[in-house]
Every structure is written in structure tokens, then in C-alpha cells.
Ligand binder design. Sequence first.
Ligand SMILES: C[S@@+](CC[C@H](N)C(=O)[O-])C[C@H]1O[C@@H](n2cnc3c(N)ncnc32)[C@H](O)[C@@H]1O
Length: 230
Amino acid sequence: MNSSNKELYPSNRGNKQNIRKSNKRKLSSTNWIKRQINDPYVIEAKKLGYNSRAAFKLLQIDNKFGFLKPSKKVIDLGCAPGGWLQVASQKVRSNEKHRNVVGVDLLPVENIPGTKTFVGDINDPKIDKILIDSLGDYPDIILSDMAANVIGHKQTDHLRTTQLIEIALDFTLKNLKKNGIFLVKTFKGGTETELLNIMKNNFKYVKNIKPLASRPESVESYTICLELKA
Ligand SMILES: C[S@@+](CC[C@H](N)C(=O)[O-])C[C@H]1O[C@@H](n2cnc3c(N)ncnc32)[C@H](O)[C@@H]1O
């Protein structure tokens, strides 16, 4: 493995850290903190200045498909806290003069050089125009790492996530340039058949991918759709 691969696929080399027990903290929070401080991707993200460990998911997917090329225009749906924005802007060489990356999220994102972000809801019909106007063109690449807040009720959580995939796909089919690329967070079991069929009808290639940085126990997966047909 060369050094860039070491950064892409960090392994947990140190001793596992434990945290002090506290009566005030719930067991689930304690487990979350323990997992975070021992997660090699969290450690590496901090070291490299990425806003989230999610940055590695995009780096690993792009390492396989190589679609984030210089000067490509990118829209990132559900972009907070900004790991994907950072990776995308570095890869497409976005800067203040040629700003090629814009994003939207319900939550604010701290200023990331070469990107412009909006606080908004993808369900808002006005958001399409705001993003396209800000990008100055239709995008070559649309990314969606959107995730609904899970409430623990399996069917409801599944429905909410499916709805976000549906909205992201709808946005994509309205706005993506011909031959463009759409990457979307889906489920391990694959996308709903109906949505998958729409993807397959509109793109030349559709593939499911579970990057190593995506936790094995998580139901999350990704679907990449390559080359939007006319
Ligand atoms: C897993 S995080 C994205 C992480 C991001 N890719 C990164 O690298 O930092 C999912 C995001 O989707 C956003 N989200 C969920 N529903 C949304 C909606 N309806 N409109 C916009 N953003 C939404 C959430 O606020 C959350 O910040």
C-alpha cells in the first residue's frame, strides 16, 4: 500500500481507549463516545482536517470510479458538516474564482474554501433554482449523502430514507447534465426496486457500493449512477 492508500484506508494501530464511567451519561452515549475515539477514520479525519469521517467514504468511492475530475461542477445534497464538500472541492479544484461546488443542508456548514452552501430543505421547490444559480450552470455530478433522523421504528425509518432518495433522484433527473453522475446514499439491501428501475432507465450504468469506511453494522450503502442518458 502506498501512503495515499494508507490515508484512504487507515487501520486502528493504537491501543483502544476507554472512557471514565459517568452516572449522568446514558449507556448509548458512552458507547458512541467509545466508538468515536477508537474509530481510525475519526482519528484520520481529525489529522487531515476533514469535517467528518464521511469524507473517507467519498474518497474511497472516487478511488474506485474516478469521477471527481478537475473543473467538474458538483451539487452536494445534505452536505453538513462538510466532509464531502472538502473532498469534492479539492478533487475538482474548486476555488473562490471558479466555484464548482455548492451544497444544501438543514444545518449550517462552516465556510469551506471553494464552496458555497445554503441552509435549506431539499423538499423546498425553490432550492433547485438557488443551487443552479449559485453554481452558474447545471451540475456534472450530484452527490446525496442525505440521511433522515432515525427514530428506531424500522418501517418509519426506512420510509423516511426512501423518501430522501426519491427526492434526490427527482432533483437529479431535472438538473443533471447529460452524461452526468449521481451518487446517493441508499441501503445495504439495495435501492427499492421501483427507484432502481428509474435509475437503470435513465443512466447507462448503476452500481451498488459499500465503501470500507461505511460501518459494517450500518444498513447504509451507496448507489452510483453513471452517464445520464439524453
Ligand atoms: C450523513 S450527513 C451528511 C454528511 C456529509 N456528507 C459530510 O461529508 O459531512 C446527512 C445530512 O443530511 C441532511 N438532511 C437530511 N434531510 C435533509 C433535507 N430534507 N434537506 C437537506 N438536508 C437534509 C442532514 O441534516 C445531515 O446533515
